[in-house]
Design a protein around this ligand. Structure first.
Ligand code: HEC
Ligand code: HEC
Length: 330
């Protein structure tokens, strides 16, 4: 027994000593990356180029919608943050959506998709917008028939999949394209990689405040969010405060699981592109980033903070958006 304990203590100590000596021997870049609760987005990723090219075309193709009026890109505008700038989305024939459109950028790094996390993969996710009556309102057999009438698609599917046009191949292409929608090399990531000039004093104070006040306990990891579910209104009830009638969308994850404890539970959104995706929250209720930060203090933390700290957090959040390397050259 005694021996065993001694062994365990020794065993625990040795790696610690090794880690420290390695860390001090390496340049501070590595050290900084390891110490932070947020990690940089990779500068480059492996994707299937043929699928990405096909997926990009399909993402922008209005034939995926019933009256050929809207594409994925209509609601997820890649030149404007990957969303639509509206409180809730608008589908074919101006059908009102129920919920705010999130960005598609960096969605590959979210653990689940949709505000309530009902899709587990980007492939699975594609089914919803195509078929939702207030989005594209189309059915797959018609999508496929329309794509067959195109002069290029049949050959492109043949080249990419060695097969005919199928629902699965369409979904796989669009999903692969979305995997390419990453935004590396933000100023914050440059800072994490060791370039301490990349952020100014106020932005650094904002990052510190983001950690000190506990925003980081929910918005963390590579996507600064997107890796857990949390109740909206943990400390104070947001929905009572809002006052308007509860919608299905407000129920969050409850609509997926039917469990009481999942009421108002949402996927914690990634804050990577938040500088470009106003208005905020699943109901699009907050017009500015500053308003959203105020609400987070009130409903998620139950704390007050000086304006200076909130402004610094907003300044920090604006350093999170990176570049989209796959953007077609203007
Ligand atoms: C009418 C507007 C509209 C169209 C068209 C549309 N979307 Fe969306 N998209 C939304 C809305 C709204 C949500 C959030 C829905 C929810 O969470 O219930 C969303 C969510 C998503 C998400 C999940 C993001 C996240 O963080 O959870 C992805 C990925 C996505 N859409 C991709 C697509 C693709 C691919 C297409 C085309 C096949 C498409 N969208 C078409 C409005 C739209
Ligand atoms: C207990 C978990 C939790 C904490 C702590 C928390 N958040 Fe959030 N945050 C969420 C959830 C959940 C949402 C989604 C709310 C919704 O729309 O339903 C969210 C949404 C947001 C949004 C809006 C994102 C968008 O795309 O609409 C911003 C901005 C934000 N949080 C910033 C912060 C900041 C800054 C702090 C610290 C002051 C913070 N959050 C603390 C869980 C949390």
């Amino acid at each position: 027994m005694v021996l065993h304990t001694q062994f365990r203590i020794k065993f625990k100590r040795i790696p610690l000593a090794i880690t420290l000596s390695i860390a001090s021997a390496l340049p501070c870049v590595v050290h900084t990356v390891q110490a932070e609760p947020i990690s940089p987005i990779p500068l480059a990723i492996e994707v299937d180029k043929n699928k990405v090219a096909l997926g990009r075309k399909l993402f922008h193709d209005t034939r995926l919608s019933k009256d050929n009026s809207i594409s994925c890109a209509t609601c997820h505008d890649l030149a404007n943050g990957g969303d639509d700038g509206k409180p809730v989305s608008m589908g074919v024939k101006n059908a009102m959506g129920l919920i705010n459109t999130p960005t598609v950028f960096n969605s590959a790094y979210n653990f689940k998709h949709f505000w309530n996390g009902r899709a587990s993969s980007l492939e699975e996710q594609v089914d919803a917008p195509v078929q939702a009556s207030n989005e594209m309102d189309e059915i797959w057999p018609r999508v496929i028939a329309k794509l067959y009438k195109d002069s290029a698609y049949p050959a492109e599917f043949e080249k990419t999949f060695n097969d005919k046009i199928t629902r699965e191949h369409i979904k796989a292409s669009i999903a692969e394209f979305q995997r390419s929608l990453i935004t590396p090399n933000s100023r914050f990531d440059q800072y994490l990689r060791g370039n301490h000039q990349a952020m100014n004093q106020q932005e650094l104070q904002g990052y510190q405040a983001f950690k000190d006040y506990g925003c980081i306990s929910c918005h963390q990891g590579m996507n600064v969010g997107g890796n857990m579910f949390q109740v909206f209104g943990v400390i104070n009830s947001y929905f009572k405060h809002r006052g308007t009638e509860l919608t299905d969308a407000d129920k969050g994850r409850y609509t997926v699981t039917g469990r009481k404890e999942d009421m108002h539970m949402f996927k914690v959104p990634s804050l990577r592109m938040v500088a470009h995706t106003a208005p905020y929250f699943h109901d699009g209720s907050q017009a500015t980033l500053r308003d959203a930060v105020d609400a987070m203090f009130k409903f998620q933390l139950g704390r007050e903070a000086p304006d200076q700290d909130k402004d610094a957090i907003v300044a920090f959040l604006k350093t999170l958006a990176g570049q989209y390397p796959g953007a077609p050259k203007p």
